[in-house]
Design a protein around this ligand. Sequence first.
Ligand SMILES: Cc1ncc(COP(=O)(O)O)c(C=O)c1O
Length: 334
Amino acid sequence: MQEDTENNRLTEINIGNTPLRKCAHLSVRFNTNIYVKEEFYNQGKSSKDRPALFMIQDAIAKNKITKGGYFVEASSGNTGLGVVLIAKQLGYKAKIFVSKSCSNEKIEALKTAGASIEMCENSNGLHDFYSTQFRAQSFAATNPNSYFTNQYYNSQNIRAHYKTTGPELWEQTNESITHFIAGIGTGGTISGVGRYLKEKNKHIKIWGVEPNGSILQYFLKHRRTPENPEAFDSIEGIGRNFIPGAFDADYVDEIFQIGSRETKHIALEYYEQTDILVGYSSAALIASIEQHLTKMNFKPTDQVVLLFPDHGSRYKSKLYKKLLKTTNNTKNTF
Ligand SMILES: Cc1ncc(COP(=O)(O)O)c(C=O)c1O
């Protein structure tokens, strides 16, 4: 029998080294080479396992929490799931503050994983009393032996992608990647991958995608926030009305905006054409290419990587309800 040490338990954690697949359908559609980084192959079924692991390991290494304590996070679901699973594997508990816009599938997955969940009004940042972030911060401040991983401001969020996702993409494309496109929520993915790839080759284009009305595009152009930000369109996982500390504008070339309507439309169309359910923010990447194709100006030789953070099976009730009812499709039970 193996000894129950921290190291043994860490080897059971299955995070990173996810597949990169060429998508024939999108390559033909956009007349270039489109690859998809399939992050739903992480153990918690999303890219957010990576920052969750780095943030937790960092807290443990710095003695911020002892066995049995609570890891606390504010999350639209995916980071929360990452935190819950890893915490359990390492002998800790987890308390997740989730905004009411979170999909039913993610709430169910959190419950099944054994999380203690608290529903909040919004995820508008640390200064809004009703936000997931404020509530998480306040819980950690008032409960001994608890630690707020704070993905929006934790440098381990960027570091996770700088140390793992970036190098994986560089190797998986045989150092030939020309474009990296990802949705922006906390900014950790695009900032970490962007920094790594720019260090390898500064000509690689790093493009972000956010919903209409989100403020990161404005911030990237003007290096300040808009005076009267409008409410942003809701696409789960991406879009913000504040600038997260995990967003590093220095490694991002351009941010494209897209509407939730166009995104939903493309998700359904993609499913009809390929039989594959894509996640909400993944569909936003396809929709934004469709809408901004002329400006993006891909060459047939380009090697374009889209990062799909999670799978469409997490949005059956939000995106695919009608279609799945009529077709009775049992595929995609990822
Ligand atoms: C589904 C989904 N897409 C995109 C993102 C954005 O990733 P990041 O927070 O690294 O910017 C998230 C973040 O939670 C997400 O859950």
